[in-house]
Design a protein around this ligand. Sequence first.
Ligand code: UDP
Ligand code: MG
Length: 317
Amino acid sequence: MNISIIIPCYNEEEVLHLTLERLLALSVDLVSNKDSDELEFVMVDDGSQDRTAEFLTEASKTDKRIKVVRFSRNFGHQAALLAGYEFATGDVIVSLDADLQDPPELIKTMLEKIKEGNDVVYAARQSRENDSWFKHKTAVFFYWLMKKLGADIIPNHADFRMVTRRALNAFLQFHENNLFIRATFPIVGFPSFVVYYDRPDRAAGKTKYPFWKMFEFAVDGMTSFSVVPLRICSMVGLLVSLLALLMLSWSLIVKIFGGAIPGWTSTVAPLYLLGGVQLLFLGIIGEYIGKIYTEVKHRPRYIVQETLNFVEEDVTD
Ligand code: UDP
Ligand code: MG
């Protein structure tokens, strides 16, 4: 069985040497235990501006199993993961973050679950103790909301997962531009299993997901995988129209029976309320139109500038 380990890297110069050290140690273990025949490391450099590219080039010279895909610019974590999946050649493919927050040693446990007949093994965090209060609360809210919106998402699972070739091939038939890979694999189906682990802090360097990027990612995830927000708009629209009809009949009755006193509150309150609701809903509808717009343009999801150590012709600068 050949294993591909795919790692998206964006400005990870501080941590990559540690990550590769841990992975190479693990690979010795995997091969000597006959867990794996061959390994490859697909390192995707997502347009890093630091010395990540140089580091990976050097590493690829010393070990031919270290393969590099370099993007022409930063395309984002999900695009980098996708490239890893597309370039991987193994029978079993595992994705993990570059910062050692996904402990490579868990790969052995995941592999056992694959051998037991699962096609997708999700690694999910046991607890969120080392998250800030804010990140913890927002994450809990996000997973709760996603479930309510009908997206089948594994709580506390990010992108640390192992998949078989057949699950990956099925996944690669999804051609959407708005990528939210963690919610796509549950749609792919096949037998799956969730393993739990304690997620340590980043080994070195800083997060590449500041608050706004995280927020954007969460909204993208919701609107890519659920049309429930649109349905809520129509339901509230219907309800408000019914109320308006009642108001209309009430005002007509008052008019007919001669008790009409010009009401300020009853005019102004619905005006503000409805104005707000309409703007909000226009915004939600706009989100979806934006999604359709990016999908129909059908742009490439990433652009490769260079590849190293792939058997077929490598793309070089
Ligand atoms: N990453 C990437 N492109 C980006 C942002 C992040 O490839 O535009 C990679 C990053 O190098 C890391 C993984 O995605 O391997 C997760 O990022 P990070 O650890 O910063 O996120 P956090 O764990 O803080 O949510
Ligand atoms: Mg991280």
